[in-house]
Design a binder for this molecule. Structure first.
Ligand SMILES: [Fe+2]
Length: 247
């Protein structure tokens, strides 16, 4: 199966439009969205309508869960919290049920496991070596999967664990990257709606479970349109500024 991976859309309709238009030309069989549909940016209803209306497999992220239960937003930083509270007032009631129905993980037997933060917790990060090591060990010892997709950090990443147990990050190549069936992997396609790895383009990836390969991609989008909408909504201006920086 050829699968498109997207994550952390965060109500950015301009970015989502561009990514989906590009993915539609990729000839994929399915699209998997790793969570955080809402929060930060200014178009939650438009994004939810698009995601619900298309046949996209979506997971719940920590912002989606916090929208449904604000108790879960208590540890958010002030800007993330403010944006989430704004979003709560905006989201149309019909989408709450859609968000409530999103699973925390997806298991595709013979192919992949997918989650937002880690398979055990949508709030936990895989950002540092000890975190990658722990999740890869669990993947190897307690699952049938060689590959786990995740999001949440808003940064592209390809962690691997080789047969000797060595865990490291593989540098992201601009071309298709061949994976080994003897290794285990944690793969983050980067963020559609608020990338934080210095590239402001909307990120996504294409996974092929037959070739066993991954390709990291990104697409330019109307950043100034998304910024204008954030400012017009009265959301914190930093949320507009960071889009241009990819930070
Ligand atoms: Fe996120």
């Amino acid at each position: 199966m050829r699968l498109a991976l997207i994550a952390d859309i965060h109500s950015n309709r301009e970015a989502l439009d561009s990514v989906l238009a590009q993915i539609d030309r990729e000839g994929v069989e399915a699209i998997l969205n790793l969570g955080d549909l809402v929060g930060y940016n200014a178009s939650p209803n438009e994004c939810l309508e698009l995601l619900q209306g298309r046949n996209i497999w979506s997971l719940a992220g920590n912002h989606d869960l916090a929208l449904l239960d604000p108790e879960r937003a208590q540890h958010f930083n002030i800007i993330a919290y403010e944006a989430l509270m704004w979003c709560r007032q905006q989201v149309r009631p019909e989408f709450l049920e859609f968000l409530q129905g999103l699973p925390l993980v997806r298991e595709q037997p013979g192919s992949f496991l997918a989650c937002h933060g880690t398979p055990l917790n949508p709030d936990s990060y895989i950002a540092y070596h000890f975190q990658g090591k722990r999740v890869l060990k669990d993947l190897r010892n307690h699952s049938q999967f060689r590959v786990c997709f995740f999001g949440h950090t808003h940064r592209r990443a390809l962690w691997y664990r080789d047969i000797r147990g060595k865990v490291a990050l593989r540098p992201i190549a601009p071309t298709t990257m061949q994976l080994s069936r003897e290794e285990h992997y944690l793969i983050n396609p980067g963020s559609v709606g608020q990338p934080r790895d210095g590239n402001p383009e909307a990120a996504y990836a294409i996974f092929d479970d037959k070739d066993f390969s991954i390709q990291f991609k990104s697409v330019p989008y109307d950043v100034s349109g998304a910024q204008r909408r954030i400012l017009a909504a009265g959301l914190p201006p930093y949320l507009a500024e960071r889009l241009a920086l990819g930070a």
